[in-house]
Design a protein around this ligand. Structure first.
Ligand SMILES: Cc1cc2nc3c(=O)[nH]c(=O)nc-3n(C[C@H](O)[C@H](O)[C@H](O)COP(=O)(O)OP(=O)(O)OC[C@H]3O[C@@H](n4cnc5c(N)ncnc54)[C@H](O)[C@@H]3O)c2cc1C
Length: 393
């Protein structure tokens, strides 16, 4: 690879970094997208990615604007029209139907590998973007006019702005000396794909259990993708259970709402943490997505938040570019930070609060929680508001 100069170098080609690259390159900015891996281009038939995301309508609209949503649809996605939430304690439940709010759908569930592939395919069509795979950022140095980025294959890239979209263990954040704060939940999310006995009815199901939520997300081909949060020891024990015992434990945890399950493929687990950085940028360097916020997956909002970061950052950069200003000035990067910080902190607070509220085992809190759900469920107005919120609109 030859040494080259770009306006923007983005390290991390996951959903958030690749979206940012599309948004900038289609506006004519020269972009280098660098990823340590190589997005899968094909996979055996009847296999499913364990990592899926419930994408809000707001995120889907971003993908439509980029012009790659049709590719996602062709590769496979599942529309979500309803949400059913219930509690292990009492009779509290919440039933939300997008049709009641006059909407065709709340969002879609898509395997991460499908979204990433569609984004990278789109990037191949954009003449202003060069993609570098199987190469890592080693370090970078900043001067008044730009950033020199050293890559693991010995190449050097120069850019006016370095964007860190390199996930929750962001090397760019560490090298830049940006602090991160947070805590581990001492919990792991067990993920698996299962075939339910009954139809998933295009519904996202979520049951709050004593150790954490069990989410059953509708997936293409009538399948279900589960995200089952429990204490670390419980998750590890569930992973080791023989297949039949695991499926029985799962149907019991889901109160037989979807009947029995059949496991499709392997099980996996992710440790859960809350992590955030109070500072989003430094001289000629800015962070987005999980590199600045990692939240509990209980409402499936991490990628959706990251995509909002991508849109806001691309907007402020493009505006500066069109006005002939320095795209990496502190003024531009601070504008992005100001616009995103409140929303990111609010969502992190809500998810952490939900986690604590639904994890509480004091009877009074359990009673209040169950009654609260019942009250919300009886108000169409409130439910329609929740529906709009779930759609990200
Ligand atoms: C169990 C679970 C369920 C979830 N469900 C949902 C959901 O339903 N909806 C939702 O919105 N969110 C969900 N999330 C959160 C979501 O997965 C993340 O927020 C999202 O993937 C973050 O995207 P990202 O692009 O910021 O980072 P990542 O997806 O982590 O991408 C980072 C990229 O950077 C690359 N990289 C890292 N270091 C380097 C380096 N030094 N050099 C070059 N490249 C590098 C990596 O190869 C990777 O491709 C879930 C998370 C979990 C754990």
């Amino acid at each position: 690879m030859s040494n080259k100069a770009y306006q923007v170098a983005i390290v991390g080609g996951g959903m958030v970094g690749a979206t940012t690259a599309c948004l900038l390159a289609e506006k004519g900015l020269s972009v280098a997208l660098i990823d340590a891996g190589n997005p899968a281009e094909k996979w055996p038939e009847n296999t499913y990615d364990l990592r899926v995301s419930a994408l809000t309508m707001a995120s889907i609209n971003v993908f439509k604007s980029i012009g790659m949503w049709d590719d996602v649809r062709k590769l496979g996605q599942q529309v979500v029209q309803k949400m059913f939430v219930w509690d292990h304690f009492g009779s509290g439940e919440l039933n939300i139907d997008s049709a009641d709010a006059g909407e065709a759908q709340m969002g879609s569930v898509v395997e991460n590998r499908i979204t990433v592939l569609a984004l990278w395919q789109k990037l191949q069509t954009l003449e202003h973007c060069d993609c570098f795979t199987n190469v890592q950022l080693n370090d970078f140095t900043v001067d008044d006019d730009g950033v020199d980025i050293n890559l693991s294959n010995g190449s050097l890239i120069r850019a006016a702005l370095l964007v860190g979209a390199d996930g929750s263990n962001s090397k760019i954040r560490q090298l830049g000396g940006i602090d991160d704060y947070g805590w581990g939940y001492q919990q792991k999310a067990l993920v698996a794909t299962v075939r339910p006995e009954k139809s998933h009815q295009n519904t996202a199901w979520q049951r709050f259990l004593p150790e954490g939520p069990l989410a059953l997300l509708p997936l293409r081909d009538g399948l279900i993708s589960i995200v089952w949060t429990s204490n670390t020891a419980t998750t590890e024990a569930n992973i080791e259970l023989p297949e039949e015992d695991f499926c029985n434990a799962l149907s019991e945890a889901a109160e037989q709402q979807l009947g029995n399950f059949e496991l499709v493929g392997a099980r996996g687990a992710f440790p859960l943490k809350l992590q955030f950085s109070p500072e989003y940028s430094q001289q000629r360097m800015v962070l987005i997505g999980d590199a600045i916020h990692t939240i509990h997956p209980l409402a499936g909002q991490g990628a959706n938040l990251g995509l909002k970061d991508a849109v806001t950052l691309a907007d402020v950069i493009v505006q500066a570019h069109q006005k002939g200003r320095d795209i990496a000035s502190q003024q531009v990067l601070r504008r992005y930070e100001r616009q995103r910080k409140a929303d990111n902190l609010l969502m992190m607070g809500i998810m952490d609060g939900f986690k604590r509220l639904f994890g509480a085992d004091e009877q009074l809190i359990q009673f209040a929680r169950s009654s609260g759900m019942g009250l919300v469920n009886s108000s169409t107005l409130v439910k329609n508001q929740i529906c709009k919120y779930a759609m990200g609109l």
